[in-house]
Design a protein around this ligand. Sequence first.
Ligand SMILES: C[C@](O)(CO)[C@H](O)COP(=O)(O)OP(=O)(O)OC[C@H]1O[C@@H](n2ccc(N)nc2=O)[C@H](O)[C@@H]1O
Ligand SMILES: Nc1ncnc2c1ncn2[C@@H]1O[C@H](COP(=O)(O)OP(=O)(O)OP(=O)(O)O)[C@@H](O)[C@H]1O
Length: 305
Amino acid sequence: MSTGVTVRVPAKVNVQLAVGAARPDGFHDLANVFLAVGLYDEVTVTPSPGGPRVTCEGPDAGQVPLDGTNLAARAARALAARRGLTPDVHLHIVKDIPVAGGMAGGSADGAGALLACDALWGTGASRAELLDICAELGSDVPFALVGGAALGTGRGEKLRTLDVGGAFHWVFATAARGLSTPAVFREFDRLTEGTAVPEPVASQPLLDALAKGDPDALAAAVSNDLQPAALSLFPELADTLAAGRAAGALTALVSGSGPTTAFLARDAESAARVARALTASGTCRTARAAVAPAAGATVVRTTAG
Ligand SMILES: C[C@](O)(CO)[C@H](O)COP(=O)(O)OP(=O)(O)OC[C@H]1O[C@@H](n2ccc(N)nc2=O)[C@H](O)[C@@H]1O
Ligand SMILES: Nc1ncnc2c1ncn2[C@@H]1O[C@H](COP(=O)(O)OP(=O)(O)OP(=O)(O)O)[C@@H](O)[C@H]1O
């Protein structure tokens, strides 16, 4: 029997985020092209009476809720409820994904905890059931389980895996404060009020660029409909985007709902240069290079009891 399971889960960047009008349930239909990037959180689950209990370490750990609202705790409760188990676990998160940064860090922890509990408890849930639970936890959670690249439709939870023909070199700049995802969608609604918001559709040139592994073609095709809303709430992000472009990035965009900004570089050397220039620019908190695509949630360690 396992006494501890550790799962590694990647962050994401949205290379296309096409947003439709608000639905009656408040969500927005999306054409959401997710790309998993090599920045990871690790979630370790061990048995612990009276759980789920959550602890977190890492530079941003102080901003992570440790109560029952943590997505890792919610994931443990959701799987336990389906199996009639009590979620008596300690969930320890080693957090390297920026918090409230638009890179789906909380979602990653939810998917990681789910996979870890499934392994610890030997529940043997099918991929379909795990994806079902992920979709209940949040729109970005199913992709964190799957990784690679995928087109998300509906509110982003219905996934179709996409081909990626090569490695893409990215730089991510974190900001001094976070942005709330619901607030950014509300700002999108405010900015588009009175206009006809088109149905979200995936861009074929973008899908082709991913399939070819062509960074120039991808740079020309990326788009984020939430970017104007994120910039409206956080205008200083425009300076970060400009600093990355000036440093030679092929393109610069807000990652998802922001405020992390994403820069595509032609190769690893160029990415390192862009990261150094961004760090020196004083327009962001940190800047780090990461390669995509990355694998989805993966069990990396199991301790036997
Ligand atoms: C911006 C993205 O990160 C892009 O991948 C996602 O769309 C957000 O995914 P998430 O953080 O997992 O979002 P959820 O936890 O499902 O929803 C949080 C809130 O974001 C807004 N929301 C989210 C997804 C969506 N398709 N439409 C929305 O309007 C809603 O106000 C919702 O109450
Ligand atoms: N395990 C977790 N790690 C970080 N935040 C969490 C976690 N569980 C719940 N949260 C809550 O979710 C909020 C959003 O955090 P998260 O880091 O997921 O943002 P995000 O990367 O902008 O999300 P997304 O890109 O999916 O919209 C946090 O402010 C926090 O209150």
